[in-house]
Design a protein around this ligand. Sequence first.
Ligand code: PHB
Length: 555
Amino acid sequence: MPAKTIQDAPAVPAEAVTPLIRGVAVLWRLTEAGGTLSASGLEKATGLARSTVDRIASTLARMGYVRLDGRDVLLAPRVMELGNAYLAALGLPALLAAHADALADELDESVSLAVGDRDGIRFIHQATRRRAMSLSFRIGDLLPAERTAPGPLFATQWSDAEWQAWRARRAADPEDRGFPAVPPREHMSSDTAFERRAARAREDDWALDDQLIEPGLVAVSVPVRDPRAGGRIACVASVVSHTSRHTAADLRDTLLPRLRTAVAEMERELRGAPEPRREAAPAGLATWTGASKQELGREFVESLARGLTVLTAFGEGRAELTLTDVAQATGLSRATARRALITYGHLGLVRPSGARAFSLTPRVLSLGFPPLSRTSLARIATPHLAELADRVHESASLAVLTPSGEEIQYTARAATARVMSVDIAVGTRLPAYATSLGRVLLADLPAGERHLGGLSPLTPRTTTDPATLTAVLEDVRTRGYALVDEELEEGLRSVAVPVRDRGGRVVAAVNVAMHAARRSVEECVRDVLPELVETAGRVERDLRVAGRFARVAMS
Ligand code: PHB
């Protein structure tokens, strides 16, 4: 319960960095609120002065961790780099997510991976089904151990002190208010009921959740043991269903055997995994903060920005870092890095690992990850399109290719206030061959997958000859943009560039469309294209962060 940690824990270490504690509190309150709070809402939720909230918000905005929209503060995709640092360091999603996804496909049920987080469980992967009725949790959500199927499995490894902490938490928080992801606990279950479930789990090596969270929700879980760590539970795999499809007993009888087979494969994967390739050691993660301080003055809390970069020093093959490692990666002095690590230790975000090293805890996922873990490309792109439309005073759009490959569909757009502006609603479909967006998307397809037959002229200028269009698409590919001049509609000119995913595949295109009288073709290329390229770059950067461990819907 992060909220309690701050308010109740009396012993804030003398060396802790207060602005860092406050900045983390702001991220926690935003996360619990689902991603958005007004500045005054934040003031109430954190108990901080308004001026402090404002300075923290502008610092987080400079880092790209939040966006300021009028009076609202909104979590922004870049904040996911904090959770990514934990998930990359952990290494399990990279090795096991594909197995979980394959099992979900095979069973047509949701499958999740969770780690133990003190007396709770926290999700590190979700392979969900597209169903109207599917309650499923998000990556980063924390659940009380006793109301889940993975909980009793993790409890088999608890020390006496951990059991005691669990009892104390239950007594202090009888309604599970410290777990905003679950509905309040309605009837008090006894402590012994969970102790019995844990004893059962030790014998069975699997566990059930028969509607402990909500009526209808059932789950069966099996531990994934890490042969590299003496068989300790690395994470727990669960199949989640609804009583309308499977009763709990049904899950055990029909799906448990297949879950166990999948877990055996996961364990083989862990056994055969090569040493994690160590990410190139970052350097100077915090060296940019001085210039921002110069520029923003009081509105930039440098100790907060510096402290947050400490978390991103961790990563793949960088699960355990010494103080020296952290100082090197961030460019901070050892004294500053040490104070940040002490602060994170106090907040439960970092723990000692061996004698001289530190590692991130699963709680790092509570810093903004869950609300953003189910985002879409359209949502990521919209604020960037709005900025672009503001700069060029023309409307800007994002589109994807429809499954047939013959049309594009608009998925996001930002309008401009002009009287005469291009007005195409989200959801609109247009023929791919005659639009700049479509040509950018077609240009990335292998020639054999392009549908270039039966092209009809939409204006006297429309390219309809397949050979000519093929040459045009090759040109688009080499230049990196498409410009379509009155081929879709007379008087309409537009320019588009691709948006690529982590793997370099073109997944969408962004464009600016305008009346032909406004700018010549040359002006379009000279003035609009660079802005468009810049915008696509920002969308791609956000997409890379958001899509590293979470699924980003493309439409
Ligand atoms: C889930 O993955 O959503 C899940 C897993 C185990 C539970 C409940 C929900 O007990």
